[in-house]
Design a protein around this ligand. Sequence first.
Ligand code: SF4
Ligand code: FES
Length: 240
Amino acid sequence: MPDPCFSLDGEDVPFIPGETVLQAATRAGHYIPHLCWHPDFPAHGSCRLCSVKVDGRSGAACTVRAAPGQEVQSNTEELNGHRKTLLQMMFVEGNHFCPSCEKSGNCLLQATAYQMGMEGPHFEEFYPDRPVDASHPDIMLDFNRCILCELCVRASHAVDGKDVFAIGGHGIGTHLLVNSESGKLADTTMTLDDRAADICPVGVILPKRRGFVIPIGQRRYDAKPVSEQVQGAQSQDSVQ
Ligand code: SF4
Ligand code: FES
């Protein structure tokens, strides 16, 4: 029996029962913007970039289960407009200086902003005062770029079994924490081969002594927009 299908922007997408709309769409090569979702981890549903209309009602494509005959709209002017606004809010909430960031060209936030046609921050910048943690011999942390996707928290817990990271604070004060008495990465057991070390979709968790080995201009999203690299979504975290 053929796989059941739902419709995504008018195209049939087959799915395996139990899959979410985003999982099935990605497997079939269709791009739905997302930031906190990663195919190796359960959905987190926090960034809302993947919001779609399912039979006319809003839902996060990473959490809504695919169902036969469902009509899903994603690539519409209205939804892309909301996504652009969300991205602009993320950019002003942190300190994202793309031209000087080691992740430029490999950053999912930057690539998604280009994809959504974001040309400027629109809102007033917050310029939060966030420290850099360079205490670890092999890994540096630049908290200025954190978008609170919790992928590092999930990877460190579920794969590395170390719980190096956690999220603390509330509301606008929500921030990423290092789980050590000093709060420094050097006082954890984190190593470069941890899953958490190469999962960050932006430029927070970076290996030392490898900066700009691949020049800006020759990186993943310099070559092709994120919407044309859907099948490579699985490896989006290994491009430092
Ligand atoms: Fe996500 Fe990176 Fe922030 Fe961790 S450090 S929560 S992976 S953006
Ligand atoms: Fe679905 Fe973030 S990818 S809410």
